[in-house]
Ligand binder design. Structure first.
Ligand code: 13P
Length: 260
């Protein structure tokens, strides 16, 4: 378990327009006010166009959650049609940014090199980066997944100054578990969590934080968090409903309340 506060991030992906996003955050905020989540850092990674309104309501209602973005461009500004910079996100109080999500890597040609540049841009801007790594099914089946994620870590972190390490969280998201309804088992998550922590410590991370993503839901969250020694979750589908996301937060909070 990391010394850092456990983290649960809702990745809305390309779902919920700003009105729907506001409703969701409002409902979630009420649930969290009624019964606060004390030990867990809660982040919602909304689509770019929702961030402004979500930021306003989180601020005005004093909801205890932070804002995340799902992607950012590594450049500071300039001729990058359709892109968004870290400074634009900072103006909206975005404190967390997902970097190198597999959907960006696979469908939008985000290379290891761009992942590394983006990670560097995010932490230099003073934001927390959530570096996503994970193997596809064929790599798991060929038993080379540890080498595969090590290479992903190496290329992303290789050129990064150690002083930024505290701003990096690693999310293990095996592609075969994303959106499939088949989560990695607690044993598989535990194996990768401890493997990744070991790799990060070997690179001089003092308190590596490793979270898991892939078909986490209200039903499996308690078992996963209880049996896998993970530092939190990156949640897709189940973060789109306040009740299911809150159930995941509760499962983590209850577990960490006991572990402390
Ligand atoms: P699901 O929770 O929908 O499987 O998505 C996981 C994910 O990709 C979160 O970033």
């Amino acid at each position: 378990m990391s010394a850092r506060r456990p983290l649960v991030i809702g990745n809305w992906k390309m779902n919920l327009d700003y009105v729907e996003g506001l409703h969701l955050v409002q409902q979630l905020g009420v649930l969290m006010k009624n019964r606060p989540v004390e030990h867990v850092e809660v982040v919602v990674a909304a689509p770019f166009v929702d961030l402004r309104s979500v930021s306003s309501i989180v601020d005005s209602e004093r909801f205890s959650m932070s804002l995340g973005a799902q992607h950012v461009n590594a450049n500071e500004n300039g001729a990058h049609t359709g892109e968004i910079s870290t400074s634009m996100l900072k103006r909206l109080n975005v404190e967390w940014v997902l970097v190198g999500h597999s959907e960006r890597r696979v469908h939008y040609a985000m290379s290891d090199e761009i992942v590394a540049q983006t990670l560097s841009a995010v932490v230099r801007a003073g934001q927390h980066a959530v570096l996503c790594v994970g193997e596809e099914r064929s790599i798991r089946e060929s038993n080379t997944y540890c080498q595969y994620v090590t290479a992903q870590l190496e290329s992303a972190l290789g050129g990064l100054d150690e002083k930024f390490y505290n701003f990096v969280t690693v999310a293990y998201e095996p592609l075969w578990a994303i959106g499939t309804g088949v989560n990695a088992s607690p044993e598989q998550v535990r194996e990768m969590t401890s493997f990744l922590r070991k790799e990060l410590r070997a690179r001089s991370f003092t308190s590596p934080q490793v979270i898991y993503g892939g078909s986490v839901n209200a039903e499996n969250a308690a078992t996963l968090v209880g049996e896998s020694d993970v530092d939190g979750f990156l949640v897709g589908g189940a973060s789109l409903k306040a009740e299911s996301f809150y159930a995941i937060l509760r499962a983590c909070d209850d577990c960490y309340a006991v572990k402390r």
